[in-house]
Design a protein around this ligand. Structure first.
Ligand code: TIU
Length: 223
């Protein structure tokens, strides 16, 4: 066992790379590019694009060090059978889940907008978890996949900080995983939510996780 220590808040994050996975949450065109689900909800997607470059640096370091890499995608089957009706009507935007958009049907599996941005596209051998909800553990095999590989710690990137990242980290924490969220590798449409969502994680002595950043992570991943 090799113990690494990443500078983090509220205190150092200790992990063994052999039992750690990098989890890249929902870096899908539907959230990051114009014309997708994020914009359909009334958001300006440009703040999320800043996350791509630091995520890519961490992803490449994880690949070089042979760390387990998991990508998640939020979305639904074409018949919407796995989409709660309440989720479809929520938002009251002009465009809803399943409606046609410039990148195909919004948030539907197999459509262009549902897929991961080219810069962070999964390599063969990396796990892609399709999830119908905000949390990556809800109605997916993620816990089983992590258990089968003996994973105990998660390094978390992706979007959005206060929605799918926060929900997933809370779910992971309750299942016994130690999670560190990399602040510049997670993004929100709302600067205030970005700040507060990170504060929530590390408050109270790390109530459900740690917060660090890509620079600190790169100092220890693969070195
Ligand atoms: N709307 C919003 O902030 N996020 C989502 O709907 N999904 C994810 O965070 N992936």
């Amino acid at each position: 066992m090799t113990t690494k220590r990443m500078y983090a808040e509220p205190y150092e994050f200790e992990f063994d790379p052999a039992t750690t996975a990098l989890v890249v949450i929902d870096m899908q065109r539907d959230f990051v590019e114009p014309g997708g689900f994020g914009e359909a909800l009334g958001n300006d997607v440009t703040p999320l694009q800043a996350v791509i470059a630091p995520c890519k640096r961490v992803l490449e370091a994880a690949r070089r060090s042979a760390m387990m890499v998991i990508h998640t995608r939020e979305g639904h089957s074409p018949d919407l059978a796995d989409c709660p009706p309440s989720k479809i009507v929520r938002g009251r935007g002009e465009k809803r889940i399943g409606d046609p958009g410039p990148m195909g049907r919004i948030l539907i599996r197999g459509e262009g907008g549902h897929d991961i941005v080219p810069e962070l596209y999964p390599k063969p051998g990396e796990v892609v978890v399709d999830k119908p909800g905000k949390g990556a553990f809800c109605a997916t095999d993620l816990d089983l996949i992590l258990h089968n590989r003996g994973i105990k710690s998660l390094i978390v990137c992706g979007v959005t900080t206060e929605v799918c990242v926060n929900t997933t980290v809370r779910e992971a924490n309750d299942r016994g995983y130690d999670c560190v969220v990399l602040a510049d590798c997670v993004g929100s449409y709302f600067p205030e939510f970005q700040r507060v969502a990170l504060e929530m994680i590390k408050a109270q002595g790390g109530i459900f996780g740690w917060v660090s950043d890509s620079k600190r992570a790169l100092e220890v991943i693969g070195n």
